[in-house]
Ligand binder design. Structure first.
Ligand SMILES: [Zn+2]
Length: 62
């Protein structure tokens, strides 16, 4: 069988899922965001610290 999308051949998002050092990995391959090597979700993960996002999402409620 012929898989048209080789998980090791970047055709979209360059986010690497897994452990390249151990041989188990694949590219995300989602459609890339404009001017980014990543899809919108991974672009955010690559360029914004998750902790900052957590702080930013804290609503001044209660
Ligand atoms: Zn992605």
């Amino acid at each position: 069988m012929n898989n048209p999308t080789d998980p090791h051949e970047p055709t979209g998002c360059r986010w690497i899922d897994g452990h390249p050092g151990q041989g188990h990995w694949r590219y995300c391959q989602q459609p890339q965001q404009r001017k980014s090597a990543f899809c919108p979700e991974h672009h955010r993960r690559a360029y914004f610290d998750p902790r900052k996002r957590e702080e930013a999402s804290q609503e001044p409620g209660e």
